[in-house]
Design a protein around this ligand. Sequence first.
Ligand code: ATP
Ligand code: MG
Length: 232
Amino acid sequence: MKKEAKTIIDKARREGRKVLMENESKDLCLLYGIPATKAYVAKTLDEAVEISKKIGFPLVMKILSPDIIHKSDVGGVILNITSVEEVIEAYRKVISNAKKYVPNARIIGVTIQKQAPKGLEVIVGCIKDPNFGHVLMFGLGGIFVEVIKDVSFRIAPVNENEAREMINEIKAKPLLYGYRGHEKVDIDTIVDIITKVSEMVGEIKEIEQIDLNPIFVYSHGAKVVDARIILE
Ligand SMILES: Nc1ncnc2c1ncn2[C@@H]1O[C@H](COP(=O)(O)OP(=O)(O)OP(=O)(O)O)[C@@H](O)[C@H]1O
Ligand SMILES: [Mg+2]
């Protein structure tokens, strides 16, 4: 396992956490070459302002707490922040929402990240099955996964060809290849993300679950905008 990966996992273990926070989950992704919007940690308003100036606008601010898994459910995600004034306003809002909705949550601060342009939303996931070991999942985001359950699975590890098969198996496949004026998305980048997730779970055996949801896919490239990794 990569040294930096071990550092992230050891820290979570020491703190008695199985669910890695967004910044940690994305740092693991980035270590394995998976394109994600890096989530920078700001523990104070001053830090938030300083980081924002470095990142540039537009940006996204999210609550950072080991006790809050679904950040948007508690008003903990603010998109389209375009100025320092808005950063200050968003920081106060995100922290006060978290305190209001989850009174006992330990709040570390917020994360700040670049706002990625909208793309076609896909999901890459992984679960550890007691019989099959790590199983990879691919699907389109939103209702396609939640309502229609239009997803494909493969037992890890997968090579490029198997990753491509996973993508081509879903019913909504035409949406990926340019449907009614929509641009064809970068299939090779999705293949790359799936094989890199496969590589990650091959190396980090104690991963119980990965959710890269959503991933915005473009005609060139892709960005993971939310990630969650759970340990055994
Ligand atoms: N960096 C970003 N750039 C652009 N859009 C983003 C970014 N981060 C989040 N979003 C948008 O905001 C939505 C909510 O953010 P996020 O998924 O992090 O919140 P969440 O509460 O963890 O959601 P869930 O409970 O579904 O996991 C995302 O689905 C995405 O549409
Ligand atoms: Mg999410």
